[in-house]
Ligand binder design. Structure first.
Ligand SMILES: Cc1cc2nc3c(=O)[nH]c(=O)nc-3n(C[C@H](O)[C@H](O)[C@H](O)COP(=O)(O)O)c2cc1C
Length: 167
């Protein structure tokens, strides 16, 4: 199973749509972690039983995933708080330790999510995640077919190649 992790808290998220398309393209079983905005704010004192159900779900789905794919917008040149909060919940439990991951930022304009991507990579490094490929994409670089698939082009080729690097 591939776990799709969108950094966007928006219901109409370009990143979530992009992730769904990548998941479809992989031909593998996918699961979307679409509840990250429902995780409580991480506080060290709350990281103990009884854990909130969303925290247990997040950790369980990550543990079950063969690999994960992140795609996130930039918020104020950084990763959105919901994604950072979700990662903070893993600091002591370690589900991303050695987990193979693809990491994308998918943003509409300059500076192409570079800083958000770098910030996400730092957090993933702290969690010992095995990032096998990463890229910062402009939303204009990717077009979709009517079915929601990624249309043929350079971005699709790059994504196919990146998917091929996952175990
Ligand atoms: C609070 C906020 C801050 C943002 N900051 C940035 C930014 O620093 N750089 C950027 O390229 N886009 C920024 N954006 C624009 C988002 O990247 C853009 O709306 C993106 O499409 C959101 O992705 P989503 O549709 O997956 O939610 C910001 C949007 C919001 C709501």
């Amino acid at each position: 199973m591939l776990l799709l992790i969108s950094g966007s808290p928006s219901a109409e998220s370009a990143n979530s749509r992009f992730l769904r398309a990548i998941g479809q393209m992989s031909g593998r079983t996918i699961c979307a972690a679409d509840y990250l905005a429902d995780l409580p704010v991480f506080q060290p004192g709350r990281d103990k039983a009884p854990w909130p159900p969303t925290v247990l779900r997040w950790r369980k789905e990550l543990a079950a995933a063969e690999a994960v794919i992140f795609s996130t917008p930039a918020y104020l040149h950084n990763l959105p708080g919901v994604l950072k909060n979700a990662l903070d919940w893993l600091a002591s439990s370690g589900e991303l330790d050695q987990k193979p991951a693809l990491v994308f930022t998918f943003t509409p304009s300059s500076p192409r999510g570079e800083r958000a991507r770098q910030s996400l990579l730092w957090s993933l490094e702290a969690l010992n995640t095995r990032v096998v490929a990463e890229a910062a994409l402009y939303q204009n670089d990717v077009s979709f077919t009517e079915n929601g698939d990624i249309a043929a082009g350079d971005s699709r080729e790059m994504l196919v190649e990146a998917l091929g690097l996952l175990p």
